[in-house]
Design a protein around this ligand. Structure first.
Ligand SMILES: Nc1ncnc2c1ncn2[C@@H]1O[C@H](COP(=O)(O)OP(=O)(O)OP(=O)(O)O)[C@@H](O)[C@H]1O
Ligand SMILES: [Mg+2]
Length: 256
């Protein structure tokens, strides 16, 4: 199988990107080898997946500054079959200092190409801001999945993401495609959610909508215990929803 580079992206903060990336990483690591890249200075995903303290580690910032080759930044996570490049707060200063230009946005893509032979899946957790980190992440990716609460104003956020994907696809990364929209914090009884679902189906077709992730307290609790949902509460609704999503992503080859 060719390596699939998957990004969970949305311009909207708190839309369930990191929760989705962490749990899909664990789920997919049972199906193939996974490399996880934490591109968010908040380092939430690193704090759940990395082994030991994340403060002394070599982080993705060093790769982006081209101080070290990527293989020196890759380490084992707590989980089998899952490697990680961690983030830390320094990534914030990289974001402030780096310009978005033709050279800077391809650094991650170029570095990752050398690792394709080792992994079935490379998953990227970007920040919500549309700066150099998000752009670099999108340029490195093949498949975009958009985790998105089906709430008021959600369509505006989606339209903005679509413009970014189309532009990057035309200018720098022809392999970049929208492969799925993941309803997060989902509650089908909310009328707005039903309307948004219909609107998306009309614009993109039914198949773009992935299995929904319902609101589930266990999903909100698990990061505090530094666990994925499959470790923290295997029988929860959150674990069931993420397992369905993982199975769907594993078989979804619409990005090819
Ligand atoms: N389905 C869910 N049910 C309940 N809580 C959830 C669910 N998904 C995520 N959460 C919680 O909501 C908060 C935001 O989720 P998360 O951090 O995954 O979003 P994000 O899009 O990565 O945010 P940011 O834009 O800051 O990176 C977290 O506290 C998370 O634990
Ligand atoms: Mg996040």
């Amino acid at each position: 199988m060719d390596t699939r580079v998957i990004i969970f992206a949305n311009r909207k903060g708190g839309s369930g990107k990191t929760t989705t990336a962490i749990n899909c990483a664990h789920g997919l690591s049972k199906k193939g080898s996974v490399l996880f890249i934490d591109m968010d200075a908040q380092a939430h995903a690193s704090s759940v997946l990395a082994s030991g303290s994340i403060n002394q580690k070599v982080t993705v910032a060093e790769v982006l500054k081209q101080n070290i080759p990527i293989e020196q930044a890759i380490e084992k996570s707590r989980l089998p079959n899952l490697a990680i490049i961690t983030s830390s707060r320094d990534l914030g200063s990289y974001e402030l200092g780096a310009e978005i230009n033709k050279e800077s946005v391809v650094i991650l893509a170029d570095a990752l190409a050398s690792q394709f032979k080792f992994y079935d899946y490379i998953l990227i957790d970007p920040p919500p801001t549309l700066g150099v980190l998000m752009t670099t992440s999108l340029v490195a990716a093949h498949e975009v999945y958009i985790p998105m609460p089906f709430h008021f104003l959600a369509m505006e956020g989606l339209a903005e993401m679509m413009r970014v994907i189309y532009r990057l696809n035309a200018e720098v990364n022809q392999t970049l495609h929208l492969c799925g929209i993941i309803p997060t914090f989902f509650n089908k009884r909310i009328k707005t959610s039903q309307k948004i679902q219909q609107e998306i189906e009309t614009n993109f077709g039914k198949q773009i909508i992935m299995p929904a992730i319902r609101n589930n307290i266990k999903l909100a609790e698990s990061p505090a215990y530094k666990q994925t949902i499959f470790e923290y509460s295997k029988r929860s609704i959150g674990a069931k929803d993420y397992q369905d999503l993982v199975d769907k992503i594993a078989e979804n080859t619409s990005g090819k």
